[in-house]
Design a protein around this ligand. Structure first.
Ligand code: AMP
Ligand code: MG
Length: 357
């Protein structure tokens, strides 16, 4: 299959761009697959109400079929069509955070196919804010199932180029709306049981949710791999985001971290490894390795979230075999950053603060 790539301006106002997005919408309505930008990462869209389209998404990504898809809507009212009930908490969250990077888990309405929910009785719903995504959802029939548009297991795509790398030849169209703004996937909050629970941290933080709802839990498996429990979001149990090289996160005082990483890199280089370092702007100049990447500034956490996945992909492009990363405080947006980094590292962390002298 040949994948058509169409460029649209971020604001997609011109008649020419309207025409392109209408055509993309027709592809979705006919059961085809279209990748498109959202404010979080690029999504791989298919008609959420068409079981055949859902199956195609799993095949194109190489995604296990028990890993459910998020349904994207273009109007708040459309939520009522695909869920059994809208609890007060969902209505309040929708009012405050939609359109935006928040996904809610609710009991599914009968008409939502099990192919879309991975066999579950619940459904994940998001109303994105990106203008291109909103138009496409409207033109595509109103209910677009869209997981991240990466090949399963790879870092999520934050540019159309990343989608081309992973899915070219496997889907009908890629809508290129430029690089995304946030860079980590939506926060997923489960509203189907007692206390609301975060199943995947994202840009909407635990604190922001608690301001609206009161106490909100977070799935313990998000930041630890020794809890002995399975994550509630099926997708979070799979190896994910991982670069080809082995990634180790190093935690400690900044100067100690620099010294430790440089020493490890030296030893690895002598052993014939190709080395990489993922550092912040504040420490960047002090590192020595084959490939040193600046992920952003500690003063601006948003920049770290935005660059994380593309930097992980760049290490693959550079064929790096050993990677060391600084660590980040797991609060606020840092919770999402550390969750993705820990998964990418397979929870391999060296904590210099706990080491015996
Ligand atoms: P992605 O589409 O790549 O952003 O991943 C979607 C995530 O949402 C995966 O981790 C899924 O397991 C999770 N998810 C989707 N639907 C549900 C649901 N009904 N219950 C729990 N998790 C879900
Ligand atoms: Mg994904």
């Amino acid at each position: 299959m040949e994948t058509e790539i169409v460029k649209v301006n971020h604001r997609c106002v011109s008649p020419e761009e309207e025409r392109k997005l209408r055509r993309a919408g027709e592809i979705l309505k006919a059961g085809g697959l279209v990748a498109f930008p959202t404010e979080t990462v690029y999504g791989l869209g298919g008609d959420a109400m068409n079981p055949q389209a859902a199956r195609k998404i799993y095949t194109a990504k190489g995604r296990p079929s028990d890993n459910p898809l998020i349904i994207h809507i273009g109007h708040f009212e459309d939520l009522f069509e695909i869920v059994k009930e809208v609890p007060a908490a969902a209505a309040r969250l929708g009012e405050v955070f939609w359109p935006g990077p928040l996904t809610m888990i609710l009991p599914k309405a009968e008409k939502v196919p099990y192919e879309t929910t991975g066999g579950l009785e619940t459904v994940a719903v998001r109303f994105p804010s990106h203008p291109v995504a909103r138009k496409l959802i409207e033109y595509g029939g109103g209910f677009v199932a869209a997981p991240s548009a990466n090949a399963s297991g790879r870092p999520s795509p934050t540019s159309a180029g990343h989608v081309v790398e992973d899915l070219s030849g496997r889907i009908d169209m890629i809508v290129d709306g430029g690089p995304v703004g946030i860079g980590v996937e939506s926060t997923i909050v489960d509203l189907t049981e007692g206390t609301p629970r975060i199943l995947r941290p994202g840009y909407i933080t635990q604190e922001m949710l608690e301001d609206i709802l009161g106490p909100v839990d977070i799935d313990v498996t998000m930041m630890r791999d020794d809890s002995g429990q399975a994550p509630k979001a099926p997708g979070m149990k799979y190896r994910h985001y991982a670069p080809a090289g082995r990634l180790v996160i190093v935690e400690g005082e900044p100067e100690e971290v620099v010294a430790y990483i440089n020493a490890q890199v030296l030893a690895d280089s002598r052993a014939g490894e190709r080395t990489g370092i993922l550092g912040t702007k504040e420490q960047f100049g002090k590192y020595h390795a084959d490939v040193v990447k600046c992920i952003g500034s500690r003063e601006e956490e948003e920049s770290i979230a935005r660059n994380l996945f593309s930097v992980l992909r760049e290490f693959d492009d550079e064929k790096v075999t050993r990677i060391y990363s600084e660590s980040f405080p797991a609060q606020g947006l840092g919770q999402a950053i550390m969750n993705r980094l820990l998964k990418a590292a397979g929870h391999s962390v060296v904590n210099l603060r706990n080491r015996e002298e």
